[in-house]
Design a protein around this ligand. Structure first.
Ligand SMILES: [Zn+2]
Ligand SMILES: [Zn+2]
Ligand SMILES: [Zn+2]
Length: 342
């Protein structure tokens, strides 16, 4: 009696059937095995990922609300630091000398302008729109026109290889680094430089604020009254502990008698030092990604990719927009070959 199963099934060989589908990029029909959910078109180079689905965008309003709250808090904080700092520090610096007061006024104006302008540029500039490209039908799309492009289900259009879709901004962003709620905007090709400029000026400003707040606090802080009696037979660790606890107690007793100016200075000192630490870490992280020729998102997608060839100081130079390599302006110390005259 003849068996109904095929020869492949008899020998336990898995049968892969082909199916026909359409490339979203050029509209050409493609034959694929049933197991292929991701494929690249041989004509236009577009990548189709059938696993990717459009996710629910219900939380968009919450993201917008969160961004606006963060943006308002950051703006209010910046103006508080500028005006509160001027009010608390200026009586002290002008009491030293008029020249000292004028110098600090100039420094404050320069740092404030740098921080506010770079912040506004980072928050208001378009983070980078991918170039518009023709797609969808065969004669229009040439060979390799959509090389490594994917399809964005949210924007319903092609997504460039270096672009990512941001669900907070509801659009695709070229060279997207991350979505920053503190500026209420994405950081991408269009505003990455302004964002780094903002981080640099914010770090410099917080260093300046912490130094000036500490200096002014020393002038207006009430004298610390403490006494550490001699303890017979106490170890050096015990003596150090008693000394520290007495200093802290005296510090807290004095803080009760602080004026409002003193309280503002104490707040500015604590806030600026903690911000300084956080912003410096962020700046260092950002600069190291730029040095490696990456963005934060591309680092996440290839965390183990430590390609030494990509790491170059020229990446930093190119990022900050210098047209020519720095080495061009440096003297050339390489020995020039001597010419032999016959
Ligand atoms: Zn195609
Ligand atoms: Zn998109
Ligand atoms: Zn965004």
């Amino acid at each position: 009696m003849a068996s109904s199963s095929s020869p492949q099934e008899q020998y336990g060989i898995e049968v892969i059937e082909n199916y026909e589908t359409t490339c979203w990029g050029c509209g050409l029909r493609v034959m694929l095995p049933t197991c292929a959910s991701v494929f690249k078109c041989g004509w236009c180079g577009a990548i189709t990922d059938q696993n990717k689905q459009k996710r629910d965008q219900k939380c968009f309003r919450w993201r917008t609300l969160r961004d606006r709250c963060f943006l308002s808090v950051v703006t209010i904080f910046m103006f508080f630091v500028i005006f509160g700092g001027v009010w608390a520090v200026y009586p002290v610096v002008f009491s030293v000398s008029l020249l000292c007061g004028i110098l600090h006024s100039i420094l404050t104006v320069l740092l404030s302008i740098a921080t506010i302008s770079s912040f506004s540029l980072a928050a208001l500039t378009c983070p980078g729109t991918p170039p518009t490209i023709l797609w969808g039908s065969y004669p229009t799309v040439g060979k390799g026109d959509l090389e490594n492009y994917t399809y964005c289900h949210y924007c319903s259009k092609p997504k460039a290889p270096r672009a990512h879709h941001c669900r907070s901004c509801r659009k695709c962003i070229l060279d997207m680094d991350h979505h920053c709620p503190f500026i209420g905007n994405c950081v991408g090709a269009g505003n990455h430089r302004s964002f780094i400029a903002f981080l640099i000026s914010a770090v410099l400003s917080t260093i300046y604020v912490s130094v000036m707040a500490a200096y002014s606090s020393m002038h207006i802080w009430p004298p610390l009254n403490y006494s550490v009696g001699h303890i017979n037979g106490a170890s050096s660790a015990d003596r150090a502990w008693r000394f520290m606890s007495e200093i802290i107690a005296a510090f807290l007793r004095s803080a009760l008698f602080l004026s409002s100016r003193g309280l503002v200075l104490a707040y500015l000192l604590i806030a600026s030092v903690s911000l300084q630490i956080g912003l410096s870490i962020l700046l260092w992280q950002q600069l190291s990604y730029i040095y490696q020729g990456k963005t934060y998102l591309s680092h996440l997608s290839s965390p183990g990719d430590n390609d030494e060839e990509k790491k170059d100081c020229q990446n930093l130079v190119r990022f900050f927009g210098f047209q020519y390599p720095v080495t061009r302006f440096l003297p050339n110390f390489r020995a020039t070959p001597k010419r032999h005259v016959k």
